[in-house]
Design a protein around this ligand. Structure first.
Ligand code: 5AD
Ligand code: SF4
Length: 447
């Protein structure tokens, strides 16, 4: 029987994408995936560093793996991802039973590191620079009909709360030809939906020098070129930074039929004072103004956001300004986060850290407000007929989960093959999902 591997992924889509590549590399090396830790020859923890409890989770998980490693010394334990990049040598000092620490830029080296660990003991590669984009490696994809495509890694912003620039480095864009070749290849294999991934997608290309032209961001052009690939019917991207959201990107979104009517537009705070302290270069009115323009150009666009509660120095008045923007913006959905000081970031040493109880109270109030808004937005969908793409089984037996172009989950009562486009009428709504019935089914794809 072939040896098996198990990957546990923490964090964002960027990490999910890296995990597909880690799985792809191991499969190309003759291994098979498993869900059972006891059987696995290789266990990979793909870690996230963005909020505090990620550290505790990693060291907790490693503690659980220690007895397994003692019983089976041939088990290989790998720590990958943002915490690997951040903690580097600390990981193997705290947990000497870890065989390989592989940073965010070193994924292509994984098989080599594993091999060397067998003869030479624990290995670590936390190089600082990406040479090969994760999308250029073989993949073990969860779905046959949709795929993530990395367009850039790293981030040139310096938001004072954020550890990402420290662990993912400065922005490095992937050449446009390479991205298009990948999407064409995916389309040829039956993929109908792609999500373009970058820390700040609208500055895509700023670091690429195009001979004979100025160094303009190329994101709008990239959207248009992916849109021209016939078999791709849905294009998503994440995440844009409001500061860099230029009119050409709005125009491209509006013109390109395949670009979905959904935008993730991280607000972070509704207080100008706090936005300044976060080093976010837009202000509340400018943000709302952009939102108005996006909505005017793209009818029925859905908007989601990220908000941090309890940034250092946040007063009750600042927080009320956030509530006010949330009400005026009318987000379809929001991810709320309690501020977590990250060592090495500017905000971690700022005065005015907000007590936990106050942060919790504000967080609860924000969630309550947003839940009501999300529910009202969902209810407004009832009675509409929308195109959904089937993703897989629903929660109830025999049911199906699908997704609208606006990124809303729709539960359908009957089983349908994943990758099928369906016209569904929305019959009921909750804050985070809709219920629908099938009006018409289209051809299934990607299987
Ligand atoms: N504390 C809390 N939330 C954070 N985020 C990033 N850094 C922190 C932090 N230190 C949130 C931001 C970002 C999302 C991915 O995570 O809202 O947009
Ligand atoms: Fe993703 Fe950011 Fe976490 Fe890294 S630190 S895994 S980029 S959320």
């Amino acid at each position: 029987m072939e040896p098996t591997f198990l990957i546990r992924t923490f964090g964002c889509q960027m990490n999910e994408h890296d995990s597909e590549r880690i799985g792809g590399l191991l499969m190309a090396d003759g291994m098979a995936p498993t869900e059972v830790a006891d059987d696995a020859r290789v266990i990979v923890l793909n870690t996230c560093a963005i909020r505090e409890n990620a550290d505790n989770k990693l060291y907790g998980n490693l503690g659980h793996l220690k007895p397994l490693k003692e019983r089976r010394p041939d088990l290989r334990i790998v720590v990958a991802g943002c915490l690997a990049q951040k903690d580097q040598g600390l990981i193997q000092r705290k947990a000497p039973w870890v065989d390989v620490v592989v940073g965010t830029h070193a994924l292509p080296q994984l098989l080599d590191l594993l091999r060397r660990s067998e003869t030479d003991g624990p290995q670590m590669d936390v190089r600082e620079y990406t040479e090969v984009f994760p999308s250029a490696l073989p993949a073990a994809r969860a779905d046959a009909f949709r795929a993530w495509v990395s367009i850039a890694v790293g981030c040139d912003n310096a938001c004072t709360f954020c550890i990402v620039p420290l662990v993912r480095g400065v922005q490095r864009s992937r050449p446009i030809g390479e991205i298009l070749a990948e999407v064409q290849g995916l389309a040829a294999r039956g993929v109908v939906e792609v999500t373009l991934l970058g820390q700040n997608v609208n500055t895509y290309g700023r670091d690429l020098s195009v001979p004979g032209s100025s160094r303009r961001p190329l994101f709008a052009r990239l959207l248009r070129e992916v849109n021209a690939i016939d078999a791709i019917r849905r294009i998503r991207f994440t995440s844009p930074h409001p500061h860099d959201f230029t009119p050409d990107v709005i125009d491209a979104m509006a013109e390109c039929d395949d670009v979905c009517e959904h935008i993730h537009f991280p607000l972070q705070s509704g207080s100008d004072r706090i936005l300044r302290a976060m080093q976010r270069s837009y202000r509340r009115e400018r943000y709302l103004d952009w939102l108005g323009r996006i909505r005017a150009a793209i009818p029925d666009v859905a908007v989601s956001t990220d908000i941090i509660v309890g940034f250092p120095g946040e007063t009750e008045e600042d927080f009320r300004e956030t509530l006010d923007v949330v009400e005026r913006a009318g987000f379809d959905s929001a991810y709320q986060f309690q501020y977590s000081p990250r060592p090495g970031t500017r905000a971690a040493t700022m005065d005015g850290q907000v007590p936990k109880a106050v942060v919790q109270d504000r967080f609860d109030r924000l969630v309550t407000l947003q839940e009501a808004i999300s529910l009202a937005k969902s209810r407004a969908q009832v009675g509409r007929t929308v195109e959904v793409l089937v993703e897989g089984d629903g929660r109830r037996r025999g049911s199906t989960q699908a997704r609208t172009r606006t990124n809303r989950i729709v539960h359908l009562p009957e089983p349908i093959v994943p990758g099928t486009f369906v016209q569904a009428r929305v019959t009921d709504a909750a804050a985070h999902h809709l219920t629908g019935e099938v009006v018409a089914e289209q051809v299934s794809v990607g299987v």
